[in-house]
Ligand binder design. Structure first.
Ligand SMILES: Nc1ncnc2c1ncn2[C@@H]1O[C@H](COP(=O)(O)OP(=O)(O)O)[C@@H](O)[C@H]1O
Ligand SMILES: [Mg+2]
Length: 607
């Protein structure tokens, strides 16, 4: 119920539309009911032609439907007498048809407004889920399965639309409709109406039983769907590896497993759902049957006109639609609520990396970044242990160490992708946690081993994330990154699309574009995380050249796989198992006879 109300709250900004919707819906319902109610005088003309041929008296005026009915009969009898009974019948028929037409016009307005509310609510909901997703810290997005997150933004939102938003309609229209029709029915015959109250609650109870168990299933269904999405996502991303390792059948078996699981779960739900009509519709027919029998006897006994009885049955059938609508809405709502819960889970997950309310802006980097007694762990095991380093403005620092020693993690702490579990990182004397994160990241640029490009033009990939860019700057950056020439050779130059994740470019080309991106940002602090290690020797040379240009006159933290590229660094920091074990210039470290020296010489041997 809480989830339902929360979804409902997304409709709040559309109060005006909702009011229009409610008014037009109520009018539509009123006219639809009246149509049937007014059928009685028409039937009376058919069944009792003789009586209708003599002019009746104008009934005493009152604000009631009964008056309207007798007024119609009165008018019809006048026309009958003057123009013949066919004209009287035509008059009543036209009257009933116009009532129905009016009802449908209001229904049109009601549907138009509902359509607007519904699509707007879904738009807003999807927008806020996505905004929350971007707002989350790196660790949240990485720890969830990708497909699962994707299915939340896509299919869960759709599910909410189909099963929750759609109940907006039922919730307003159907109960009103039911009450209104019941009122008309009571006016026709209270004895007959009593019957309905005896059987309907029984079927309503049975339906609610089934609904409860359906909701339990729905949660696991959506979860399995997320796993299907994950598998597809990984397959598309890793198609080369899958083919090269002939792993098609492996990945297919994973997919099949989830697919079958999903199919089994949904099948079970369909089967349960199939039970619903047995109760609702059979109950309905049983009620109708009993009503026929009882009502027929009332007619025989002369307590009710046959025409009234037929109008009554018409009203009763009219009642079946909102009753069914309401029970369907309730039997579907569980799915939407399960999806809604998944959406709100994402929205409510705590954002741990966020600006303090009094976060300070930073526009410049003037002295240095100090890590003081920094510890960090992704899970239980510490990945960085008691790190103490100083990164002074204008100098180049190299981080080296075996793979898994924590180099990338250390770099990501500087960007505040994570916060240290102990100790602090100070930028010009301010703890990173006290600064505006956006400002902090504005001071830095990163080039990683696997450049991340987006399916857009080369131009937009370079200008990525920077406002107010002029074309000349982009071209200058590309030139400095040794990228301009190859860009000009592509079909549409800077407007050429790079394909999904940059797949239409070579590794070296992608890397030069990401260097151009960093150059354009002109950051105070540059972080290079094994920027050339994915490249072959010839493109490594071109890229390395571009990197040196990028590092000129800048504070740089370079994580290098190949030690020959960082010999000139002002300071080399050697990490092993999350600890700084050596620190100094190349000459000092070679003289030390430690890990650096052995790493260095083993690489020399390979050359
Ligand atoms: N997102 C992550 N979640 C959990 N553990 C991680 C994550 N990233 C890295 N690690 C672990 O942290 C340790 C250091 O990793 P990393 O900083 O990437 O090392 P390096 O860059 O030196 O190769 C490794 O043991 C790695 O398994
Ligand atoms: Mg790394």
């Amino acid at each position: 119920m809480k989830t339902y109300l929360r979804i409902l709250s997304y409709a709040a900004p559309y109060k005006g539309k909702i009011a229009l919707y409610i008014i037009s819906t109520l009018l539509a319902v009123i006219f639809a009911g009246l149509t049937f109610y007014m059928v009685q005088p028409m039937l009376e003309l058919l069944f009792n032609p003789q009586q209708q041929l003599t002019a009746q008296n104008l009934p005493q005026f009152s604000w009631s439907l009964e008056y309207l009915r007798s007024w119609i009969s009165y008018k019809a009898s006048l026309i009958n007498v003057q123009y013949g009974r066919s004209s009287g019948l035509l008059f009543v028929t036209l009257f009933v048809v116009s009532l129905n037409l009016l009802g449908n016009i209001f229904k049109f307005f009601s549907n138009v407004n509902l359509g607007t509310i519904r699509t707007k609510v879904v738009e807003d909901l999807r927008e806020s889920v996505f905004a929350k997703l971007i707002g989350h810290q790196v660790s949240y997005v990485e720890n969830e399965r990708r497909g699962d997150l994707m299915s939340r933004v896509t299919s869960d939102v759709t599910e909410v639309e189909y099963s929750v938003v759609i109940t907006f309609e039922s919730i307003i229209r159907d109960p009103f409709n039911i009450i209104y029709l019941l009122a008309l029915m009571v006016m026709e015959s209270w004895q007959l109406t009593l019957f309905i109250f005896t059987v309907l609650p029984v079927s309503a109870f049975l339906i609610s039983k089934i609904t409860k168990s359906l909701k339990r299933d729905a949660t696991s269904t959506q979860h399995t769907y997320g796993q299907i999405m994950s598998t597809v996502d990984e397959t598309i991303g890793g198609v080369r590896v899958i083919k090269a390792f002939r792993a098609e059948s492996y990945i297919k078996s994973i997919f099949d497993k989830f697919n079958i699981e999903y199919s089994q779960l949904t099948r079970a739900q369909w089967h349960k759902k199939a039970l619903v009509p047995i109760f609702s519709e059979s109950a309905m027919v049983a009620v109708v049957g009993m009503t026929m029998w009882y009502g027929g006897n009332l007619v025989y006994a002369g307590e009710m006109k046959a025409s009234t009885f037929i109008a009554y049955i018409g009203l009763f059938f009219l009642l079946s639609r909102p009753a069914k609508g309401l029970s369907q809405a309730f039997s579907n709502i569980y799915k939407g609520i399960a999806s809604g819960e998944r959406l709100f889970q994402l929205m409510d997950a705590p954002v741990t990396i966020k600006d303090a309310p009094d976060a300070k802006p930073v526009k410049h980097f003037s002295a240095g970044i100090y890590m003081e007694n920094v510890w960090f762990a992704y899970g239980k095991e510490p990945v960085l242990k008691n790190i103490n380093i100083k990164i002074e403005k204008g100098k180049t620092y190299a981080l080296v160490g075996p793979s898994g020693s924590g180099k990338s993690t250390l770099a990501e702490l500087l960007l505040r992708f994570y916060d240290p579990t102990q100790g602090q990182i100070l930028l010009d004397g301010n703890d990173l946690r006290s600064l505006k994160t956006n400002d902090l990241r504005n001071l830095m640029a990163v080039v990683t081993q696997e450049p991340i490009l987006f399916n857009d033009s080369i131009y937009n990939n370079i200008a990525f994330g920077i406002d107010n860019i002029n074309e000349n700057d982009v071209i200058q950056a590309a030139k400095a990154a040794n990228a301009h020439n190859f860009i000009m050779e592509t079909e549409n130059g800077y407007q050429t699309s790079v394909g999904d994740r940059g797949g239409l470019l070579s590794g070296g080309q992608r890397q030069r574009i990401s260097i151009a991106r960093a150059l354009l940002k002109n950051p105070a602090i540059l972080i290079l995380d094994e920027a050339t290690s994915a490249l072959d020797t010839s493109s490594e040379k071109i890229v390395q050249e571009a990197l040196y240009k990028l590092m000129e006159n800048r504070t740089s933290v370079v994580i290098a796989h190949r030690l020959s590229t960082i010999q000139d660094a002002d300071e080399i920091i050697v990490l092993d198992k999350g600890e700084v074990i050596e620190q100094g210039s190349h000459q000092q470290l070679i003289a030390k006879n430690g890990l650096y020296r052995s790493l260095y010489f083993s690489q020399q041997m390979e050359m």
